[in-house]
Design a protein around this ligand. Structure first.
Ligand SMILES: Cc1cc2nc3c(=O)[nH]c(=O)nc-3n(C[C@H](O)[C@H](O)[C@H](O)COP(=O)(O)O)c2cc1C
Length: 195
């Protein structure tokens, strides 16, 4: 069975981005995939300390919950990340998570032994939700995701922006948005399976 690793970054359990993420994942489950949902906000981990110990072997020496994530990502078949916009970008929890992949940067560029190879053609998807209609906030967040995906050798298989949703549960009042997330999940899985 193939596995979709789903990363929720919001501190709001069942908030707007997590609800959309779950709709996306429901499509994967309907296609027979296993979904491994990780909530970054429930994890205990430190920010990258820039110690460069990972330059030796591509492994992070900080012994915290990030150690569970590296093998999950190596072993999964596709990735989806959902983030709320905070201060015009992706949220702090997700940025801290991304920075902890500095060890994968060293694995790829210094050691030339990436944990996921480019040839694997691994696909990733990004879901972004903001309160304001301004598109550039989600675009800003997506730009960081592009850099992250490049570092971890994932292709950007697609993205969805939802703008104009603020209160927790606001997205539930918009069945079309939920349907868009489900459809995007279905199209993404179809694409991954056709590669
Ligand atoms: C600290 C913080 C900063 C925020 N900054 C922005 C922002 O710059 N632009 C925006 O459109 N929404 C901003 N928002 C609103 C959230 O993006 C919005 O409430 C979103 O629906 C939250 O998604 P969630 O329910 O998945 O957490 C901010 C929310 C918080 C808590």
């Amino acid at each position: 069975m193939k596995t979709l690793l789903a990363i929720a970054s919001s501190p709001r359990r069942n908030g707007n981005s997590e609800t959309l993420l779950k709709e996306f994942c429901r499509a994967a489950e309907d296609a027979g995939w296993k979904v491994d949902l990780v909530r970054i906000n429930d994890m205990k981990f430190r920010a990258c300390q820039a110690c460069d110990a990972c330059a030796k072997d591509g492994r992070c020496i900080l012994q915290d919950d990030m150690q569970d994530i590296y093998p999950k990502l190596t072993e999964s078949d596709a990735l989806v990340i959902a983030s709320p916009v905070t201060f015009g970008s992706l949220n702090a929890q997700l940025k801290m998570f991304i920075d902890r992949f500095q060890c994968w940067w060293h694995a790829k560029y210094t050691l030339e032994k990436p944990f996921v190879t480019e040839e694997a053609n691994r696909q990733g998807f990004f879901i972004c939700v903001g309160a304001l209609k301004r598109k550039r906030y989600c675009e800003n967040a997506l730009e960081i995701i592009r850099v992250f995906f490049h570092n971890i050798n994932h292709q950007l298989g697609g993205s969805l922006f939802f703008r104009g949703y603020d209160e927790k549960g606001a997205i539930l009042e918009d069945p079309e948005a939920l349907a868009d997330a489900y459809r995007a999940g279905k199209d993404f899985i179809d694409k991954v399976e056709s590669l």
